[in-house]
Every structure is written in C-alpha cells, then in structure tokens.
Write a protein that binds this ligand. Sequence first.
Ligand SMILES: [Zn+2]
Ligand SMILES: [Zn+2]
Length: 266
Amino acid sequence: MSPAFVDTHAHLTDARFAADRDAALARARAAGVVRILEIADEPDAWDRALALCRERPQELRCSLGLHPYHVDRFSEELAEDLVRRAKLPEVAAAGEFGLDYARCPIPPEAQRRVLPKLLEAAGATGLPVVLHCRDAYADLFDILRAVYGGRRPRGRYHGVLHCFSAGAAEAETAVRLGFAIGVDGPVTYPKNDALRGGVRAAGLASVVLETDSPYLPPQSRRGQRNEPQSIPEIADAVAAVFGRTLAEIAAVTTENARELFGFAGI
Ligand SMILES: [Zn+2]
Ligand SMILES: [Zn+2]
C-alpha cells in the first residue's frame, strides 16, 4: 500500500489557487495526500473554507482563525461567532492564532492582548488550536503557560505550533506545554540544520506534516507557489532526521494528525 499523508496546514482558498485548485487537489491525491486541513485565517475566509470543505468532504476539513495580521478585527462578537461555527462538522480546529514579530504591521502589544482572548474562545469550542509564531517564541510560551498552565489537553495535545521554525530548546518547550509541531518545506533546505535539530528534539510522536501552501515551498519548488503535493518531499527530509523510512514517517505523522484533529476515515 502506498503511504497516506495528511497536510495539516494549507490555504487553498487563497487567490493563487483560483485558476487551478481542482488540479492542485488532484496532484495532492496522486502524491498520497488523503486529507488536508484548510486554514481560514480571517473571518472573510471562513465561509470560503466551509464551502470548499462541503464540496470535498472526503479530502478537506477546515480551521477557523484570526491570523496576527488581522487581530485588529477582533471583537467579542467575532469570538462568539467562532464558537458557534466550531460546531459545524467541517470544522476540525481553531486558528491560526498567534504572534508575528517578523513583518506584521500590528504592534506586538496589540497581538499579545488579543491572543489570550482567542485561546479562551478556542477553549470554549473544545477543538485543538493551530498556533502561528514568528520571532516571538518567548512571548508565545509565556501566554501559553498563563492560558494552559495546569489544564490538561483532551488528547495528547492542546494543539499544534504550526510552521515550527526554531531549534531544540523551543521544540522541547512546545511539547512540554502540550503542543505538537507542524513541519514544512524549510526542513528540506540544505542549510537548515537548526530546524532539523528542533524536529529531532520534538520527537516523531509530536510531529505533523504541513505545507502552508501557497507559502513555504520545499527545496525543489523554491521561488514557486507551494502545493499540498509537496508533503512527500517534506516527509523525506523528516525521515532522514529520524533515520526512518518514508512509509514509517507517513504512518506515524498521519496517526498524529488523526489523533490531534479527530480525523475519521483515513
Ligand atoms: Zn501561519
Ligand atoms: Zn497559515
């Protein structure tokens, strides 16, 4: 049997997929990607993501969130709307939420003020949470300790620290705080030994695969739009990190994704 993969983070309603989304999904399937978690990162994208999931119930689930780039749109009504929609069968997670100190125009203080409120709303949904972090790990971990300290996750994890982009110390802290890590294209970059060290430190039991399409292409697609079909290339790099076969990486990461997001039927 050929390996079955999950892409736990993609933005397929992005305009860059408008012309060939069906073809991209067909390529993903041909590459063994059997389930994709579509991330709707602001309220205008929520309906688009839900509609796409309804068209393709076998392949897609979605996560409803508010990316740090959009936290100026936060309101109590938005949080209530999130909790209400979380009950829909298409919705498997809440997020992405997080902190982005790299290029985000929203000031860090404003991001730090809103994130705990979003995590409380996510807690009320009972869904796992998808976290985004760029250049803000120390502050993110402080907020996670304050929100989740002493709280036991429903399964093994509260959620996933998506697009993990740090080293061993951060990976160990994330896992200790009850988060899996999402591993993307940059793990395939020849110079990225620090990230591979982080992935190794997290341990395979805490790794899920993701593409973040259309962003973060792996080495073979650098400079191009990324697609879910890149997952086996990312899995190959993860296999090298752990000294395991591609089939073993597929089996363990798919099981991790199933456990995290409650995916049935894969
Ligand atoms: Zn992100
Ligand atoms: Zn994303």
